[in-house]
Design a protein around this ligand. Sequence first.
Ligand SMILES: [Zn+2]
Length: 205
Amino acid sequence: MYGIPAVRPSTFIGGDRHGPLWDCRGINALVAMLISLWVPLKEIVLKGGLFVRGLMVEVIVKELPERPRPGEKVQLPNGETIRVRHVGIPWLLPPKKVCNDPECPWHGHLSVRDQVFTVVVERVHGRTATVIHEWLHYDPKYKRYERRRKKMHVRVPPCIDVKPGDIVYISETRPLGKTVRHVVIGKREDVTEVKSQVLRLEQQQ
Ligand SMILES: [Zn+2]
């Protein structure tokens, strides 16, 4: 296993007639495990993946002249290279800005789930915003729709600027705080040409 020769029982140091003092096979396995783990561990430490939220030193945001494509690599002023990810929603385009926040769905490693809500921003406080989600719920007894609304706390990545009154798209993600389970993934203008036509047709109806 792992190409490391097992220590023979005759080479043990110390011990008594019941057996060696240390179980060398266990130590061997531990060393082999550490060696095999070292490469991914180094990668995680270098990319800041092990940092707890709030421990990151500085958040850098760079504005690009053109909107980047998913998969494109962008160099930040501090020399860091950021790869623009694809969040998995085909009609949503990445923001024009690039950040180095590990908790960004586009430039960090925060994965989002496939349900997207269209919400209105009510208040922005730092990296979090309060949004209002309104939808129609069908009541089968009265055969009509009723209005429902819910306030939610969402995370705002540094590369997306939101202000009260904005219409933004949010998606569910892992819990990021006591009440934060959603993240802003884009604004109304960050959609493809086809999607904006669909939105225009929906508004006309
Ligand atoms: Zn970002």
